[in-house]
Design a protein around this ligand. Structure first.
Ligand SMILES: Cc1cc2nc3c(=O)[nH]c(=O)nc-3n(C[C@H](O)[C@H](O)[C@H](O)COP(=O)(O)O)c2cc1C
Length: 170
């Protein structure tokens, strides 16, 4: 896709098919994460946890309790971004940059995706699960990207996006 088309195509996907994400596509999304700008990278870089195990996805999706339903929307892949705490706010900003890069890359590859905070908020207080996921002790899970093949129709040129950017993208 042209970058402009990718940008205008990105939207949150909350319904996924059972189709698995190809390893090559996953690799490209992870490469995009590594290209994100980072504040104070020498003080510690983000850690990515790529979850594809169905049991673990189910556990993570249920972390907010049965009344909230599946908080990762049945996605076949969840990439958790955990960051070391360095300067105030910096870890969150770094995580956001990483997730956004991955989101645009996933969109470009035709993958439905959604930026998720809720699942990492629930995970933050679960030390046993963090250890099971291999999240380093000095890192806090801050944001995640759920991805897969979406069932939703992607609307190109959302009016909101056009309004914000109409003087800058043509
Ligand atoms: C920082 C951040 C955290 C988010 N966390 C969640 C979340 O936990 N659950 C969810 O369903 N959507 C989450 N979203 C997705 C937003 O709801 C969505 O981006 C917003 O409604 C705009 O819709 P769009 O992405 O389709 O443009 C999050 C988005 C951002 C940027």
């Amino acid at each position: 896709m042209e970058f402009k088309e990718t940008m205008l195509s990105r939207k949150s996907c909350r319904e996924f098919t059972d189709q698995a994400v190809e390893a090559e596509k996953l690799e490209k999304v992870i490469t995009a994460a590594s290209m994100a700008p980072l504040g104070m990278p020498k003080a510690g870089k983000p850690h990515l946890t790529v979850v594809i195990n169905k049991d673990m996805l189910k556990t993570l999706g249920g972390l907010a309790g049965p009344e909230r339903g599946d908080i990762i929307y049945g996605a076949p892949v969840l990439i958790i971004v955990s960051c070391p705490v360095t300067a105030p706010g910096l870890a969150e900003m770094n995580a956001a940059c990483v997730v956004e890069m991955m989101s645009l890359a996933a969109t470009d590859l035709g993958l439905g995706n959604i930026y998720l905070y809720g699942v990492t908020a629930a995970l933050q207080h679960n030390d046993a699960l963090k250890a099971e996921l291999g999240i380093p002790e000095n890192c806090i899970p801050l944001s995640a990207l759920a991805l897969g093949y979406g069932t939703e129709h992607v609307t190109v040129c959302k009016s909101f996006t056009k309004t914000l950017t109409e003087n800058r993208i043509d």
